[in-house]
Design a protein around this ligand. Structure first.
Ligand code: B12
Ligand code: SF4
Length: 508
């Protein structure tokens, strides 16, 4: 393993949050006006900037959907590089989504709006993990499902009886949720606005995942298939991204969903665990319904790490066969790998990259193991005195925040950088090209555009050109996929040597 290259530079407005203006003096708030904010976070120079505008978070559109009609609701995502959120008119209520990596910025925004006279409500994953911390920065906090809480919060604001803390669990039937309000999104700024969720939770509870957070009870829930289909149809986009933690936890449900998606003629991608390949006929159904790519949390190729994390998964020795099965049906694989587990030594980096290249994964993401507060991993590392600091800004899976067992912090840091540098080198992109020569050109175009064009992405995002550039590519992928479907249909499940020709999709 050689030295990693020097970190590429990041444009200033992707590294530093936009400045907040001076406070207005004694301005009146606009009654019944609510602003929903997704705060800024610094971009990792090694990952693609493109992923930040792939699909909007569903949190704010869901909350917007639950807003009573007599409230005006606005949306601001600071990561779209259009500056700090607006204050004219001054919203009566500002709702801010808080994840741990942008908690500091969320608190800065909260304090700024509170000083102007707005009421600030904080919600989101980090509020659930660290409610006491969030409470110090807000008029009220929402712990858990905001869709249930938001209308009650606004009603209390109207009555002048705002509580400090609102709590809801995730056991209410999904069918009761109003549809997310995607109309509030700046459509030109996203590759697709159809981020959709069909299920909540996961059949696993890996010790490092936020789903294992103490006190979080999130049973696996599935929405009515028709509800999902209605939302997709209403948003009229060729490409749909499922933001579920694991769309494949209940194979029978996924099969039903696929049957309903197939006539829509869309293409889609989703996160699944690799056990979705247990039944090849399910993979075939996914492909026939338009699935062009899956994001798979392999996490580690070392069985000891997976056992420690209590992840129920097929053995890593069987991963290659399963990846080949997805490829056989033309489904691209974006693998996610966590580095720095207790069974990882300094050889983990080269081994992981080698495996990705051998199995021709079209794309991969690397994450330094990160102990999210409230998780079993956090408790374990705290007990062992291995947590280095609690600067949440650095808990972004791109920084080492704990003492690894079998290597130094520096080795982990440099190994992580080396993995990204190697995987997105010209040589590795070429090695991983599809075995089907007809798909190579599209694959190369996608790899270079998505992973090696960060300066270009900055330009697109800044000038709100994301949709203008990407939608034609997506439409082209969709058309090609529709043509491929008869081939997929003809592909029997028994003959493993036969495979469909690949259709590289514009949305990894
Ligand atoms: C879309 C997405 C992204 C997008 C956009 C994220 C964004 N913030 O803009 C992109 C691709 C950029 C992204 C990047 C990353 N992500 Co991400 N991402 C997701 C994903 C798949 C969907 C988010 C979503 O829409 N959820 C659905 C909504 C409805 O659920 P929700 O967010 O929990 O919101 C509910 C409540 O929390 C609450 N709520 C939320 N906000 C508010 C606000 C108010 C006012 C109120 C009242 C209530 C409320 O109400 C909502 C409805 O119930 C989630 C997985 C998941 N399924 O949640 C991961 C997830 C959020 N990401 C995660 C991670 C780790 C990352 C990265 C660090 C990965 C990386 N190394 O690059 C980066 C960091 C970026 C960052 N700093 O946020 C983790 C977060 C773990 C944690 N404890 O913080 C998750 C949970 C995935 C996982 N299983 O580990 N991500
Ligand atoms: S399989 Fe993935 S989503 Fe499910 S608990 Fe484990 S890390 Fe979380």
């Amino acid at each position: 393993m050689g030295e990693p290259r020097r970190a590429p530079s990041v444009p200033a407005d992707m590294a530093i949050a936009p400045a907040l203006g001076p406070h207005g003096v004694g301005r009146a708030v606009a009654r019944h006006c609510a602003l929903l904010v997704n705060p800024f976070y610094a971009k990792d120079p090694r990952a693609s900037f493109g992923k930040h505008v792939l699909t909007p978070t569903l949190a704010l559109t869901s909350i917007a959907g639950a807003t009573p009609p007599h409230w005006e609701v606005r949306y601001w995502d600071e990561n779209l590089l259009q500056g700090a959120p607006p204050a004219d008119p001054l919203p009566q209520v500002v709702g801010i989504s808080v994840h741990l990596t942008f908690a500091r910025r969320a608190y800065e925004l909260a304090s700024w709006y509170r000083a102007q006279g707005s009421i600030v409500v904080l919600g989101g994953l980090h509020v659930l993990s660290c409610p006491e911390e969030a409470l110090e920065h807000a008029d009220a906090i929402a712990i858990g499902d905001g869709v249930q809480l938001w209308p009650a919060i606004l009603a209390d604001v109207e009555r002048g009886q705002l509580q400090r803390r609102y709590t809801a669990d995730y056991s209410r039937p999904y069918a009761l949720d109003p549809p997310p309000r995607r109309a509030i999104l700046p459509r030109e700024s996203f590759l697709t606005t159809t981020s959709v969720i069909a299920t909540r939770g996961c059949h696993n509870r890996c010790g490092f995942c936020y789903l294992a957070t103490e006190g979080l009870h999130m049973p696996y829930r599935m929405r009515e298939v028709q509800q999902v289909v209605d939302e997709i149809v209403a948003d009229v986009q060729p490409y749909v991204v499922f933001v579920d933690n694991n769309l494949g936890s209940r194979p029978a449900y996924l099969r039903k969903l696929c049957a309903a998606l197939r006539p829509l003629g869309i293409i889609w991608s989703a996160a699944v665990t690799i056990d979705v390949t247990d039944d090849p006929t399910l993979v075939r159904d996914m492909a026939l319904s338009g699935c062009t790519g899956v994001f798979v949390g392999f996490e580690s190729l070392n069985e000891g790490n997976l056992t420690d994390a209590r992840k129920r998964t097929p053995a890593p020795v069987d991963y290659a066969r399963r990846v080949a099965l997805l490829h056989r049906y033309g489904i691209q694989v974006n693998g996610s790998f966590v580095l720095g587990f207790d069974h990882d030594g300094p050889d983990v980096f080269a081994r992981t990259v080698q495996w990705i290249e051998d199995n021709r994964l079209e794309c991969a993401t690397f994450h330094i193991l990160t102990p999210y507060p409230g998780t079993p991993l956090y408790r374990q590392l705290e007990r062992e005195g291995r947590i280095l600091h609690r600067d949440w800004d650095q808990y972004d899976t791109a920084h080492v925040v704990f003492q690894p067992k079998h290597m130094s912090c520096d080795e982990l840091d440099r190994g992580y950088a080396w993995c990204y540098d190697t995987l997105f080198s010209h040589a590795s992109i070429w090695k991983r090209r599809p075995s089907d020569s007809r798909a190579v050109l599209a694959y190369l175009a996608m790899s270079y555009l998505y992973k090696r064009s960060n300066r270009f992405w900055h330009l697109l995002i800044r000038h709100r050109l994301t949709a203008a550039l990407w939608r034609p590519l997506i439409e082209h992928s969709r058309q090609r996929h529709l043509k491929l479907r008869p081939q997929l249909e003809a592909l029997g499940v028994g003959d493993e040597a036969a495979r469909a020709s690949q259709c590289v999709s514009a949305g990894v």
